[in-house]
Design a protein around this ligand. Structure first.
Ligand SMILES: Cc1cc2nc3c(=O)[nH]c(=O)nc-3n(C[C@H](O)[C@H](O)[C@H](O)COP(=O)(O)OP(=O)(O)OC[C@H]3O[C@@H](n4cnc5c(N)ncnc54)[C@H](O)[C@@H]3O)c2cc1C
Length: 398
């Protein structure tokens, strides 16, 4: 396709990616009088159709309130003070988050709803948000930086002081950092999670994480009428391998019998398989480019850290940019990568630990299985171990 015309605008902060990271930062900066332009590859409807995270740590919820987007979350989100861990369907023990994380809790509120709230807030304030952009390129990251993109036949240019790469794992921002600068750390797990969303009452008032020889299962929810359930499946499986009936039968085998007996089943309204991956890219800054959220790091969903790790990046970036624009200090920006990565790696450790504790690995040696047993025993017999789980799950301080 040939470009027919071009435009050029200037802003303070150019944001690539309209997922939760990009939207949240745009909103927070706007409230501080800092100009942003956000560009997103997909349509708004598409972004809002993605079913992803659902558990927000207390720090994330605080950031939503600071962004003046917390009203619906506070009304409709559910505060959970704990969750259950079941083992082989035989035991079901509660993790008391509130007790062991010094009074903290998590909010169950879907990423889709949170994204909708952020979009609405951007609309209300008249923030610039451009959808359906193609061929996004980042230029001159160590000099007078600018972004270009194509929309329809037209090419557009945005000159900016800083570029925020919030364009997720498959985005263009991380790939714009020279290969000799970027270090990537990755761990791929030999299974995925098959998830379904159904308009049914959740089987339990709090989440159930289930360890079972047949594979891990999770009973989660988005609201009191919307359940989200997952089972561990081999990477070779596809959604087509699993009818709704087969899914319900299998999850019931992996959870305690009394929960299986009262589980409400129904047609799935979404069904997808997510592979489990741990990934970190370092550094998270290159010149005027700052990476945030999934653009820089991914965790397996076991510890509900994905979206929550994105939130801490946004918190650090937001404060660094305020420091820069309001106080003329570059300290926060210069420290951003090290500061963000310190927390990111803690979330990586926790997600890895929970994944290793709860999943059945193919060809798992008997020794590793016994270690899992003993880890589980230790968890429920040591207050120190329980505190470690609770403080990580409820969210380490920013
Ligand atoms: C299938 C799936 C299930 C998940 N489940 C959970 C869960 O249960 N719990 C949990 O905590 N986390 C979960 N996560 C992780 C969580 O959803 C992410 O951590 C969170 O979405 C990160 O937000 P983000 O804004 O950084 O990235 P994203 O949400 O990925 O947003 C990035 C945005 O950038 C856009 N984009 C990409 N490329 C470009 C480009 N070139 N130009 C412009 N825009 C671009 C994308 O369209 C997207 O809208 C899941 C993730 C996936 C993929």
């Amino acid at each position: 396709m040939t470009a027919t015309s071009s435009t050029s605008v200037k802003t303070q902060v150019g944001i690539v990616g309209g997922g939760p990271s990009g939207l949240m930062l745009a909103q927070l900066l706007h409230l501080q009088g800092i100009e942003t332009i956000l560009i997103e590859r997909q349509s708004r409807d598409y972004v809002l159709s993605r079913i992803r995270a659902g558990v927000l740590e207390h720090g994330f919820a605080g950031l939503m309130r600071e962004a003046r987007c917390g009203e619906r979350m506070d009304k409709e989100g559910e505060i959970h003070h704990g969750f259950f861990i079941s083992d082989q369907g035989m035991t079901k023990r509660r993790v008391d988050l509130h007790k062991y994380s010094d009074g903290n809790s998590v909010v169950v509120y879907g990423q889709t709803e949170l994204t909708r709230d952020l979009y609405e807030a951007r609309d209300k304030l008249g923030g610039t948000l451009i959808h359906n952009v193609e061929d996004v390129k980042l230029h001159d990251l160590k000099g007078a930086s600018f972004l270009t993109y194509r929309k329809g036949d037209d090419v557009h240019r945005i000159d900016c002081d800083f570029i925020i790469g919030a364009d997720g794992f498959h985005g263009v921002s991380r790939k714009s950092i020279p290969k000799e600068v970027l270090r990537e750390y990755e761990k791929i797990y030999p299974f995925g999670w098959l998830g379904i969303l159904s308009r049914t009452k959740p089987v339990s008032p709090e989440l159930i994480y289930a360890r079972h020889d047949r594979g891990f299962a999770l009973c989660s929810m988005r609201s009191q009428v919307l359940s989200r359930y997952y089972i561990q499946v081999p990477l070779t499986d596809t959604e087509e391998c699993w009818s709704d009936e087969a899914f319900w039968e299998e999850i019931k085998r992996r959870i305690p019998a009394e929960d299986a007996a009262r589980m409400e089943t129904g047609p799935s309204i979404e069904k997808s398989i997510a592979p489990l991956r741990s990934f970190v890219a370092e550094p998270m800054r290159y010149g005027n480019l700052f990476l945030a959220g999934d653009a820089a790091h991914i965790v397996p969903p076991t510890g509900a850290r994905g979206l929550n790790s994105a939130a801490s990046d946004i918190f650090y970036l937001y404060h660094a940019l305020i420091e820069h624009y309001k106080k003329g200090s570059r300290k926060g920006l210069d420290n951003y990568s090290a500061r963000a990565l310190a927390r990111v790696w803690k979330a990586q450790r926790f997600s890895w630990w929970m994944t290793m504790l709860l999943h059945t690995f193919p060809d798992m040696p008997g020794y590793d299985r016994r270690l899992q047993d003993i880890e589980m025993d230790y968890l429920f017999s040591s207050e120190a171990a329980m505190r470690s789980l609770a403080e990580n799950y409820a969210g380490l301080p920013f």
